[in-house]
Design a protein around this ligand. Structure first.
Ligand code: JFH
Length: 221
């Protein structure tokens, strides 16, 4: 899978995408990730990407010209062009699964008050990562890249993906414990030490259902 990102802050993208599973996927050649500076598609001395909003009001708006040039240079018919905005449809695991099937994504990670409306003709999808206002689209783009990367076939080991399967059923996960069996007076539930696999399975299912009912009743349709 190839992912291109268009941003005014390419520096933001080093760190989160250079560690852990995303770094492993990149090294294995399963993810070809390229971060581009929107200013590379300007032609004036000051590399101007923004301008004042028509009609007045606070803040600056990203000009259409550099974005059109960049998208025309980076995308073809097979590219899914996705814009990060606070007003997009909510990013979910189902959308991550869909995006992970694609050959090529181009993520537009805006800044300031956002994009000139006319760039929407370039875009297939507009995503929000949650109902809060961030300073720019960099973190949302990284969230999408992270969630999509772990779903690219071959990125997770067999153990990791198998564990995933059993919980993509919509319930929250069961509680986990490791050694020691007693820590500062807190004991691991007896059933987990019993070696009784059917009992353990049953306890985990119950705990997962209980947690989901208490914390995320919205997930139980
Ligand atoms: C982004 C930004 C303020 C204007 C009332 C609410 C917001 C944009 C590009 C995604 C999620 C984002 C996000 C994504 C891209 C950009 C900053 C600040 C406003 C008026 C718009 C610029 C924010 N899930 N949260 N935030 N910004 N308003």
């Amino acid at each position: 899978m190839k992912i291109d990102v268009l941003t005014l802050f390419p520096e933001m993208f080093s760190g989160p995408l250079d560690v852990s599973i995303v770094a492993r996927a990149r090294k294995a050649g399963l993810l070809d990730l390229r971060i581009h500076n929107l200013r590379d598609w300007t032609h004036d001395r000051h590399k101007t990407v923004d301008d004042r909003p028509f009609g007045g009001g606070p803040g600056m708006v990203l000009k259409p010209e550099p974005i059109f040039e960049a998208v025309e240079a980076l995308a073809d018919e097979s590219t899914r062009v996705v814009m990060m905005t606070p007003t997009g449809r909510m990013f979910t695991q189902a959308i991550a699964r869909d995006l992970a099937q694609r050959q090529h994504l181009l993520l537009l990670s805006g800044s300031y008050e956002g994009f000139d409306e006319r760039i929407r003709v370039l875009v297939q999808d507009e995503l929000s990562i949650g109902d809060y206002v961030l300073t720019n689209g960099g973190l949302p783009a990284m969230v999408v890249i992270d969630a999509v990367t772990r779903l690219i076939p071959g990125v997770l080991g067999d153990d990791e993906s198998a564990a995933d399967e059993s919980f993509s059923c919509g319930a929250l996960e069961y509680p986990h414990y490791t050694r020691p069996a007693e820590f500062r007076g807190m004991k691991v539930p007896e059933v987990l030490l019993s070696g009784h696999h059917a009992e353990i399975e049953k306890w985990r299912r119950e705990q997962a259902a209980l947690r989901t009912k208490e914390r995320r009743p919205d997930l139980l349709k």
